[in-house]
Design a protein around this ligand. Structure first.
Ligand code: UTP
Length: 295
């Protein structure tokens, strides 16, 4: 059974500058809840009991967020704001969270390697701190279920539109069961010509501990970063790696467009906001020119 999850959140978030100059991108709110809370909640809903967040310089806000806040709690209590008080208290008791610092953002592979001592010799989950997946069954839980069957590393994948191929790890896979692929190749951020298919990785993985040796042997790749994708490729030389086309809606909330889409979709699901937002969207659509077409 997988009980530990690693959440890398030490990246610089350059796609979100200048906001991320002094604020972790994982703390950007989807309405009133930071992105990383959705990720932590997904892990907990999947049965994870021990969470390791990889942080770095300028990421203190993440630790403060999941900590208790006596002054704020006291203030809410004094003002009889009991519902908010409950919400604030619940956040600090969500899970057993540990923090490990990545001294320099040398890449996702390097960030995962920082968790080696804490994870030990057991399979573990990885959830990227800026990817949100909405769905009835938590995405990482779907991979964890499949792990029970195969006992090998599993990567979440989905079809990627052409213009996004060069932003993701892309796989070549042989479909061996419904939505399940045996990975035959994986390339980090390929050009459209290099891409082995239109199936790309999403920020959810179940990995066997041998990945740590793979990362140690991996030299910096794309963007001069130690890529998890390259270490997974090494893992493939020693054993099978699977990919799973999960069910659910994924938002790359570390990307501006993905972030805005997430806010709209989550707002439309909230009782307190749906009506007004729908009205507002209708107003916007009504003023679009008659001949407006989606490009
Ligand atoms: P991204 O590549 O999306 O994050 O990594 P980034 O580097 O912060 O973003 P941009 O491209 O500059 O805008 C995916 C996840 O891995 C973490 C990030 O924090 C993010 O949650 N990461 C990335 C690390 O923890 N360490 C790194 O060295 C790189």
């Amino acid at each position: 059974m997988i009980k530990k999850a690693v959440i890398p959140a030490a990246g610089l978030g350059t796609r979100f500058l200048p906001a991320t100059k002094s604020m972790p991108k994982e703390m950007l709110p989807i309405i009133d809840k930071p992105i990383i809370q959705y990720v932590v909640e997904e892990a907990i809903a999947s049965g994870i009991e021990d969470i390791i967040i990889i942080t770095g310089r300028g990421k203190r806000a993440i630790e403060d967020y999941f900590d208790t806040s006596p002054e704020l709690e006291n203030h809410l209590l004094q003002n009889e704001k009991y519902k908010l008080l409950r919400e604030v208290k619940d956040i600090s008791s969500l899970a057993d969270i540990h923090y490990i610092r990545q001294k320099e953002p040398k890449g996702l592979g390097d960030a995962v390697l920082k968790a080696e001592k804490h994870v030990g010799d057991e399979p573990f989950a990885v959830l990227l701190g800026d990817d949100i997946v909405k769905g009835n069954v938590p995405c990482i839980g779907q991979l964890m279920n499949l792990f029970e069957k195969y006992n090998k590393s599993i990567i979440a994948v989905e079809e990627v539109p052409k213009e996004k191929v060069s932003s993701y790890g892309m796989i070549k896979g042989r479909e061996i069961a419904e939505s399940t692929y045996l990975v035959e190749d994986i390339i980090e951020k390929p050009s459209l010509e290099e891409a082995p298919s239109n199936i790309g990785t999403v920020g959810r993985y179940v990995l066997v501990p041998e990945i740590f040796d793979g990362i140690k042997e991996t030299s910096p790749g794309k963007g001069n970063e130690i890529q998890l994708t390259d270490a997974i490729k090494m893992l493939m030389e020693k054993g099978e790696v699977y990919a799973y086309a999960f069910s659910g809606e994924r938002y790359d909330a570390g990307d501006k467009l993905g972030y805005v889409k997430a806010i709209i979709d989550f707002a439309l699901e909230r009782e307190d906001l749906r009506g007004e937002i729908e009205r507002y969207l209708q107003e916007i659509v009504a003023v679009l020119p008659q001949n407006f077409k989606i490009k």
